[in-house]
Design a protein around this ligand. Structure first.
Ligand code: UTP
Length: 290
């Protein structure tokens, strides 16, 4: 389906987490502002959403995360400076960020979990199906990962992104069980958050891309605090799964967890090596270090 014809026009980006796996830098820099080469992780997520036809981004932010909204806002002082110096290329680059899409921010007063962050976005979403992208899950794909999910979406249903993981790693993810409708589409009947490998119902894990129906908000409102005292999105999705309303979509693409140091290094090297201006010099640097 062409991006413009896709039915999902709003994306929620929850960026109000504390980022404890990446301390100390995340004490004052949001993990979503950490760069992969020269662009922050958040830009990869917004670009992916826009490429899938999204026109409006609702960012769920918290205290100290102003840099995230600033990045997509106009910066008249910088633009004037670049204009006066005749730096046309940089000027176009800076302006292209504020032209990407409409960005609105909503504050999550307390980090009460991903489910609570999604619920907080409710006034910015309205009564339409919407996408959710976790910006620290960066996916490099030919077709935007969230677009693949939107294409698998059907009215009234939720779609979650699925990735096969080694069984030993299930305790890092929410894991799905269900019936395969095709090699890449599962009708999900159950979800378990971070199970021990012995208890995991499968090795198909949910990663940070979702398409959700608007009635998820009512379900989240009634969802009690779960694991870690947080309102878990997985618990609300499990309620939809019981109603037979969740599709798991195995997406094409390479996913990086940039919310931890090694995942971020992996992603940094991946994207740097794809840059024609950097690949050669980078190979020399790596050879020097090995
Ligand atoms: P994570 O599980 O990665 O938590 O959240 P975190 O706090 O950001 O990071 P760690 O685990 O302490 O290192 C998944 C996503 O949900 C958002 C995060 O910003 C991230 O994009 N989130 C989480 C919120 O917006 N609010 C919350 O209360 C919790």
């Amino acid at each position: 389906m062409s991006p413009a014809a896709r039915p999902v026009k709003t994306a929620v980006l929850p960026v109000a987490g504390l980022g404890t796996r990446f301390l100390p830098v995340t004490k004052s820099v949001p993990k979503e502002m950490l760069p992969l080469v020269d662009r922050p992780c958040i830009e990869y997520a917004v670009a992916e959403a826009v490429a899938a036809g999204v026109e409006r981004v609702v960012m769920v932010v918290s205290r100290g995360k102003e840099a995230l909204a600033d990045y997509f806002d106009r910066n008249p002082l910088l633009e004037q400076h670049l204009e006066e110096k005749g730096k046309e290329e940089q000027l176009a680059l800076v302006r292209s960020l504020s032209d990407m899409c409409d960005v609105v921010t909503i504050r999550q007063g307390e980090a009460l979990g991903l489910g609570h962050a999604v619920l907080t976005a409710r006034p910015g979403v309205g009564d339409q199906p919407f996408a959710v992208l976790l910006a620290d899950d960066v996916v490099d794909a030919e077709r935007p990962a969230i677009g693949q999910l939107i294409d698998a979406w059907e009215p009234g249903r939720a779609v979650v992104a699925l990735m096969e993981v080694p069984r030993a790693e299930t305790r890092k993810y929410g894991v799905c069980a269900g019936e395969w409708l095709s090699p890449d589409r599962m009708s999900v009947s159950a979800m378990v958050e971070k199970p021990d490998p012995a208890d995991a119902p499968s090795n198909h894990a949910i990663v940070g891309r979702y398409v959700l129906p608007p009635d998820i908000f009512e379900i989240l409102r009634r969802t009690p605090r779960g694991r870690g005292g947080e309102i878990q999105l997985t618990d609300a999705l499990a309620a939809l799964a019981v109603q037979g309303r969740v599709t798991g979509k195995v997406f094409e693409g390479q996913r990086f967890d940039t919310g931890n140091v090694l995942g971020w290094l992996d992603a940094t090297l991946h994207f740097a090596r794809k840059r024609p201006d950097l690949a050669g010099p980078l190979a020399e640097i790596i050879a020097r270090h090995s």
